[in-house]
Design a protein around this ligand. Structure first.
Ligand SMILES: [Zn+2]
Length: 253
């Protein structure tokens, strides 16, 4: 039996439609019989409605979603519900979209995986990262070129990079979640406040980006792992969301 993972479906669509990032979502929607509703929603972030007995549907996103990247991700998420036959009508809250930290409902996870691959294909990320080391600048470059949010992009970057690295998202001074590359071995503490020793804790509107070396215990559950007792931390503070993105890499003593 052929496997149709959410990512496979996105790759097949991009390939059939010969689309390269930044993915034109209007072309994708039109190709599968979806109409993007011009009138925005008020309460929900995204909605997908299937027209009964027809191979058509409507998707809509909320007015006032902050950032083009997040708007595009929400739309791609709703397209994901439609193409994966998730039901006649799906109503999505903000917490269901982009990351799976507040919801692990299988259909929401599948819609997010589809949207990530549709907007920021892993093969495209690999190509861009091939000649660059992972840094916030690199993640920003991928995000800008694919017209995607920094959060969605950093999650995709972690899927393809080979060096040990973790990307941590903190909001309102609290560590929310992280994604790591396959070779990253440590557990990052989440749900707690930023450690005072971290670079992220010292950032504000004036000093919004900095790189430094911090003890590994400032972020993880351990104080040392073999020759590794510290991390290179590159952090950037993003005021519109009161969010900090930190990239962590182990430093060999
Ligand atoms: Zn959803």
């Amino acid at each position: 039996m052929i496997s149709h993972s959410p990512e496979d479906l996105a790759r097949v669509l991009l390939s059939r439609l010969k689309i390269e990032p930044p993915t034109d979502l209007e072309i994708v929607a039109a190709a599968i019989g979806l109409h993007i509703q011009g009138e925005p929603l008020v309460n929900l972030d995204g909605v997908m409605s299937r027209i009964p007995k027809q191979a058509h549907g409507i998707v809509a996103v909320r007015a006032g979603i902050r950032g083009l990247g997040r708007v595009r991700f929400t739309l791609a998420h709703e397209i994901g519900h439609y193409i994966q036959q998730h039901g006649a009508e799906i109503l999505c809250k903000s917490s269901n979209i982009e990351t799976n930290i507040y919801s692990n409902h299988p259909e929401e996870v599948e819609a997010n995986l589809f949207a990530s691959e549709l907007l920021i294909p892993t093969e495209y990320v690999s190509r861009l990262l091939a000649e660059r080391s992972v840094s916030i600048e690199t993640v920003k470059l991928v995000a800008e070129r694919s017209k995607s949010s920094l959060t969605a992009t950093v999650i995709q970057c972690m899927k393809v990079i080979t060096e040990p690295c973790a990307a941590v998202i903190s909001v309102d001074g609290k560590v929310c979640f992280y994604e790591s590359s396959k070779t990253w071995k440590y557990v990052v503490r989440v749900g707690c406040g930023l450690d005072k020793r971290s670079v992220a804790a010292g950032l504000d509107l004036e000093l919004n980006k900095k790189t430094g070396c911090v003890p590994i215990s400032a972020w993880t559950t351990i104080a040392r792992s073999g020759p590794v007792s510290s991390l290179e931390e590159q952090s950037i503070y993003l005021p519109p969301y009161n969010m900090t993105l930190s990239l962590l890499k182990p430093v060999l003593a």
